[in-house]
Each structure stands twice: as C-alpha cells, then as structure tokens.
Design a binder for this molecule. Structure first.
Ligand SMILES: CC(C)(COP(=O)(O)OP(=O)(O)OC[C@H]1O[C@@H](n2cnc3c(N)ncnc32)[C@H](O)[C@@H]1OP(=O)(O)O)[C@@H](O)C(=O)NCCC(=O)NCCS
Length: 171
C-alpha cells in the first residue's frame, strides 16, 4: 500500500469469492495460535454470499482483498451463543470472521472496516450485535472493545474453542 488513500472499503459480492478464499487461506496458515480461530464450517461457507445470511465488508489495496468483517444474520450462526447468554428475546446478529492479511496488521485497517460494518448494521434495527473472541485474542478483544462490545458471558464452542461472548447494544 503506497498510502492510505489507496485503500477501498466496500461490501463484497459473488465476484469476490476467490479473493475471500485466498485471504482465508493466508490468515489460517499464519495463525500463531490455532485456538483463536474457529474453523469455518461448510454450512457457513455455503452462505457467504447469501445476503439474508451473511454480508462481508472488505478492504482492498489495489485489487487485493486484505481484510474483512462479516455480519451473520442467521440464527444458525449465533443461536448457540445467544442462548448461552439468555438473549433469545432480543433481535441480534453476529459480527465475525474478522481477519486481516498478516502483512497489513496494526495499521487500523480492520478498525476502518468495522466502522463501515457498524454503519451498515444499523438498517436491521437490531437490539444488539454479538461477537465471540478467545479471552487471549488481544487484537480481536481490543478491536471489539473499541466499538463498544462488552463481555456478557462465556462459551466453549465446537468442544475446545473457548470464547468470550461480547455484546454491543444497538438500542
Ligand atoms: C484481529 C485482527 C483482524 C486485527 O486486525 P488489525 O487490522 O491489525 O486491527 P487494527 O489495526 O484495526 O487494530 C485494532 C485495535 O487492536 C489493537 N491491536 C491489533 N493487533 C494487536 C496485537 N497483536 N496486540 C495488541 N493490540 C493489538 C490495535 O492497537 C488497535 O487498538 P487501538 O486503536 O486502541 O490502538 C488481526 O489481528 C487478525 O487477522 N488476526 C487473526 C484472525 C483472528 O484472530 N480474527 C479474530 C477472530 S475472533
């Protein structure tokens, strides 16, 4: 990236699928700690470009996708965490699959994508946004705290993935 104005942030569409797959590969093959990244299920992947289920915002440097934030609008994604904190009566969605290419980290890029996503999410008139993060995922925890997410509970996902459940009130 020559300078920050080269950065474009926009919603992803079907044509971005190969770029998204490439970014996932890079992020997954560069994890310092496997416990911090919940493997993506096929069911989830199948709905990545179904807007009633998942919406991604991404940052592009020239034509390369370098970071994403996902919004998951389907209960199959967030239902387990929602129940764990007894939030069934609230209309919620989950923020997840927050990732940044290792060469572009700590430059505020994901924070910028988060801002766009928070604006986008207002149209759904949600009571709250939910996110989960490993207690020791400092980058993720700091990013979420910056956008008003607070710890509401704790869950063990897929047997051995420890996660804090964080909530950001929207009303
Ligand atoms: C989490 C992740 C997306 C953050 O991306 P990023 O573009 O580096 O984040 P930002 O530069 O916008 O930083 C956000 C905040 O976190 C802080 N931060 C980022 N990385 C950090 C680190 N390794 N240690 C401590 N703080 C960190 C930043 O200082 C910033 O806080 P500030 O604005 O108060 O200074 C990136 O580290 C990543 O892809 N990690 C691997 C995948 C992952 O764990 N995703 C989350 C799953 S829940």
């Amino acid at each position: 990236m020559e300078n920050k104005s080269d950065l474009v942030i926009r919603k992803l569409d079907m044509t971005d699928e190969p770029s998204l797959e490439r970014l996932i590969d890079v992020v997954e093959s560069n994890l310092n700690d496997r416990r911090l990244w919940l493997p993506i299920s096929n069911a989830s992947k199948e709905h990545f470009f179904d807007e009633t289920w998942t919406v991604f915002y991404g940052a592009f440097d020239k034509d390369e996708l370098i970071g994403t934030v996902g919004l998951f609008l389907n209960e199959n994604e967030y239902g387990e965490s929602q129940k764990e904190i007894h939030f069934e009566k609230y209309k919620i969605a989950e923020i997840g699959r927050i990732m940044c290419h290792p060469d572009y980290r700590r430059k505020g890029i994901t924070s910028k994508i988060m801002k766009e996503m928070m604006d986008y999410a207002t149209q759904f008139e949600l009571d709250a946004l939910l996110a989960t993060a490993h207690p020791q995922n400092t980058a993720s925890q700091k990013l979420l705290a910056k956008y008003g997410f607070k710890k509401e509970g704790h869950i063990i996902k897929s047997c051995d993935y420890e996660r804090d459940i964080l909530i950001r009130r929207m009303k």
